[in-house]
Design a protein around this ligand. Sequence first.
Ligand code: NAD
Length: 343
Amino acid sequence: MRVLITGSSGQIGTNLALRLLREGHEVFGVDKRQNTWTDAFPTLLQDLAGHYAPFPGGINGVEYPETDLVVHLAAHAKVHQLVGEPHRALENAVMTFNVLEYARHGSIPFVFSSSREVYGDVHRFEGYDETAADFAYTESTYSASKIAGEAFVYSYARCYGLRYLVFRFSNVYGRYDNDLRRMVRVIPLFIHSLARGEPITIYGGRDKTLDFTYVDDCVEGITRGVEALAAGKVVNETINLAYGEGNTLVHCAERIAHELGVEADMTLAPSLLGEVTHYVADLSKARSLLGYDPQVPLDEGIARAVEWFRDHRARHPEENVPVRADHERAQELGQGWKTPAAL
Ligand SMILES: NC(=O)c1ccc[n+]([C@@H]2O[C@H](COP(=O)([O-])OP(=O)(O)OC[C@H]3O[C@@H](n4cnc5c(N)ncnc54)[C@H](O)[C@@H]3O)[C@@H](O)[C@H]2O)c1
């Protein structure tokens, strides 16, 4: 298959592209940044967030190569950033629109990367099967951008016969996520800080529980989806992809410290605005439709992530510099903390 991946220079895009190449598929990437991890596939450098005139063969007058399926990953992918800079949430919706238009004109099947953030931080749910999303409850501007993206996908299916899969990911970590100057995610940040002997802050407190997904499991699920959608076996479904187990952020930090052989100096703090503090995915649909069976529990994934980090850091000692913590960034962005009233 010839697979077009948007956001192909990012964490999931890079891992997915390399995996699809190993499976014998062709990959064509589109991203506004050069890929800093690999040159194994071509990348068109293009900003997908512009308001462009209609162009059937690609986006903004650029002819794309023949494509059998699109995986749309490009987005501003960080909750805190989008709470502080909401226009980026709108850009996410515009990117999705542009890529959907390309898929519509070419009748190309479309895979969308949504997020567990569409469920919000609502504890009234017993579980998180895919029908539990309540689009009237919107936790953050990032959630809004994913809800908008999903809504566009569903409307394109209804109006134009688009064939799609929507995946809702959750805290994907591992290989190629150590891009700390561009985007700070919690696991690479904790590895970086603890390795440097710096203290860490756990926003959301001792009970904050999330479903951490090792990137190879996530990519395995997407790959199964890509092949099933292309074959017409699984079409127009919304599917959670995660590990399916809750772990506290405190446990996660302790495992990182253990792998690094250091003591974790942790401070507990309230959640930042827009954050989800509890989520464990219901994977029944992924298992039954795609035969998805995640293989890497958190403790094993952390060991692999720390090993990858060590190897990467040894080759890039210049990256061993302080990274601004989230509360500093949040203050800069004018964000507040989540108060009980906001829950
Ligand atoms: N990693 C996770 O834990 C997670 C969880 C839920 C959902 N997601 C979603 O999965 C997708 C991929 O996530 P990721 O972790 O690989 O993120 P990432 O930030 O590493 O990759 C996203 C890529 O999109 C590109 N991009 C952003 N704006 C663009 C624009 N205007 N034009 C072209 N390219 C642009 C970025 O340059 C980046 O390379 C995103 O849509 C994200 O919201 C990720």
